[in-house]
Design a binder for this molecule. Sequence first.
Ligand code: ATP
Length: 236
Amino acid sequence: MNALLEVAGLEAGYGQSQVLFDLDLKVGAGETASLLGRNGMGKTTTVRAIMGLSPPFAGTVRFLGERIDGLPPDRVARMGLALVPEGRQIFPNLSVKENLVAFAANRCEAREPWTLDRVYAFFPRLAERAGNFGGRLSGGEQQMLAIGRALMTNPRLLILDEATEGLAPLVREEIWQCLAALRAAGQTTLVIDKYVERLIALCDRHTIIEKGRVVWNGTSAELDADHSVWHRYLGI
Ligand SMILES: Nc1ncnc2c1ncn2[C@@H]1O[C@H](COP(=O)(O)OP(=O)(O)OP(=O)(O)O)[C@@H](O)[C@H]1O
């Protein structure tokens, strides 16, 4: 696999408290990958370490073959990584349009970059609500805005942390469809979520962590075929 992101031997945590141990993770160019695990197992910490938000204690994070561990978050973002964080964190007092243009860039030098018009075509609901404050949107619209804002940076790698959390089933389905469309468009994506069946349908490969360590990784076909893994590590 031609790895776009390659995490090796990652150890990270908060202050004296170590959360991740010798964690390896790869995402190939053009792949959609998932990071799975029960609550509190270290998924968000992994993403924070990749993005430079929680500098690793040890290990390496390579992006396009270059070391990015230890770089500040803005440098990591400029390399072409974009995070849609847990809780969305859109700007409530900026309009939809202002949220979208705030960090616009063409990080991956795409021939057909994401622009305001393209994001509006992808999420017509955002076009309808262009002048509304972010804080006045529904949960699903806020999630679309968070994804649209990340796409406006034209990321080489899009990371979504619990993008469907707290959404009604129909709205959740809209987000899954949007992720499938991004995959079809060739977007490389790392998805953290808990809906295994939807992730199997969406993703190429999966990594499961427990107590900060990788306990399983494999393809969708392998995860689909072994429900004992779901039971053992995901409590399903
Ligand atoms: N800011 C922090 N300071 C100290 N400990 C933290 C902090 N954030 C998370 N932790 C701890 O790190 C561990 C891993 O948390 P993390 O948020 O990475 O898990 P997660 O797998 O993303 O779970 P969830 O699905 O609940 O978000 C947990 O024990 C958590 O209590």
